[in-house]
Design a protein around this ligand. Structure first.
Ligand code: MN
Length: 382
């Protein structure tokens, strides 16, 4: 691992690459390979402790784990690579840097499940990748618990990842104080839960000066719900209720259907486990018999839409997908209509997603050169 015999090992290990910032480092292959040599499986180990000397102890301990570190790091990296395949190579390098910083910062911390804490931020980033969030959101997902739970502060994050990531993590840390406010409101408010949820929702939005903060928070909650079984029972019920009343409706309003459905179903399974199990089995047994009908209906509709002349040139893509009703929304419907499961007619349905042509960029192409700004500013110009 070390290359130079005449220097004490610690000095060789932590020699920071000779670069002013990571942007330069990314540009230079020489410094990239020197990073690789210097800190074992960590590509950015030396660079990180050069910038953040208070992580030096963590790096030393990490490197003692040797093989184990290499294996788990490769595993996390593969998960992230798979989830963020849509990112540019330079963005992926920044994600890798965020992974290594989070790994060092959380070193030695464990989740209730007994697993290393780092699996949580990695899972959150993977969830965010599932909705193709941008580089800064993925990095903030990896780092979202570092300021609250580790030696890192906002200035550290800003130094390595820029102001946006720092701001996202700061928002994340603020929003995480909300559950406490919720439980305080619970004791003082005699009004219905709806009002409480509504108040919380607006506060949420007001506190989040960037919509990505809310999405990261939702991804954080989603992974916590997936691993809720490791919580004590009484906590589980409180968290599940809060998820059902606040986080799931919030996901719905943000247009994050997959988050909303999974959050609601996981909460439902915690709050009413018997009802959930019965209904889940009933829905699944019926889905099998619908499968063929759904497939042929999907093919027919797809064909008809492809042949439609009006849509040509107006839509970049037309997608038809099957969707099944979530267990929780099936249960709600049963409650509302006081009917049996066979009285529900939209257990399966088709969903059509139209992706319109980008008229803004079309218009912008006709603008005189000086009016044309970067793609991010186009909307304000037009
Ligand atoms: Mn978290």
């Amino acid at each position: 691992m070390t290359h130079s015999q005449d220097r004490p090992e610690s000095q060789t290990l932590y020699q920071a690459p000779n670069v002013a910032g990571y942007d330069e480092a990314f540009g230079s292959l020489a410094s990239w390979s020197s990073c690789t040599d210097a800190a074992g499986p960590l590509l950015w180990g030396s660079y990180i402790v050069g910038q953040l000397p208070h992580l030096r102890g963590a790096l030393e301990q990490c490197l003692n784990d040797g093989e184990e570190l290499a294996t788990s790091l490769a595993e996390y990296d593969a998960e992230l690579q798979q989830a963020t395949g849509y990112l540019r190579p330079s963005a992926k390098q920044k994600v890798r840097l965020a992974l290594e910083v989070a790994l060092l910062a959380h070193h030695g911390q464990k989740r209730r499940s007994g697993e290393p804490y780092i699996i949580h931020p990695v899972a959150v980033a993977v969830i965010l990748g599932g909705t193709e969030m941008d580089r800064d959101a993925i990095c903030a997902g990896l780092l979202h618990d570092t300021v609250e739970d580790t030696v890192l502060n906002f200035a550290d994050l800003e130094l390595l990842f820029g102001a946006t990531v720092g701001r996202l993590v700061e928002g994340e840390t603020k929003v995480s104080k909300l559950p406490k406010m919720a439980s305080q409101m619970d004791t003082t408010l005699s009004n219905p839960a709806d009002e409480q949820a509504e108040n919380l929702r607006s506060m949420f939005i007001a506190m989040a000066d960037d919509w990505r903060i809310v999405i990261i928070k939702l991804a954080d909650r989603l992974h916590n719900m997936r691993t809720l079984r490791f919580m004590p029972v009484e906590k589980r019920v409180r968290i599940a209720r809060e998820t059902l009343e606040i986080f799931s409706p919030l996901a719905h309003r943000m247009g994050l259907h997959a988050y909303k459905t999974e959050l609601a179903d996981l909460s439902f399974a915690t709050l009413l486990p018997n009802e959930h199990a019965l209904l889940d089995a009933a829905v699944n047994s019926r889905l099998v018999s619908y499968q063929d009908d759904l497939a042929s209906a999907q093919a027919q509709l797809e064909h008809a839409l492809q042949a439609d002349e009006w849509l040509h040139g107006r839509m970049r893509s037309v997608q038809v997908t099957g969707r099944t009703k979530s267990v929780y929304s099936t249960w709600k419907k049963l409650q509302r209509h006081h009917c049996g499961i066979d009285g529900i007619h939209d257990l399966v349905a088709l969903r059509v997603v139209l992706n319109p042509e980008d008229h803004i960029s079309h218009i912008s192409a006709h603008l005189p050169e000086e009016e044309r700004l970067g793609s991010g500013d186009r909307k304000s110009v037009v």
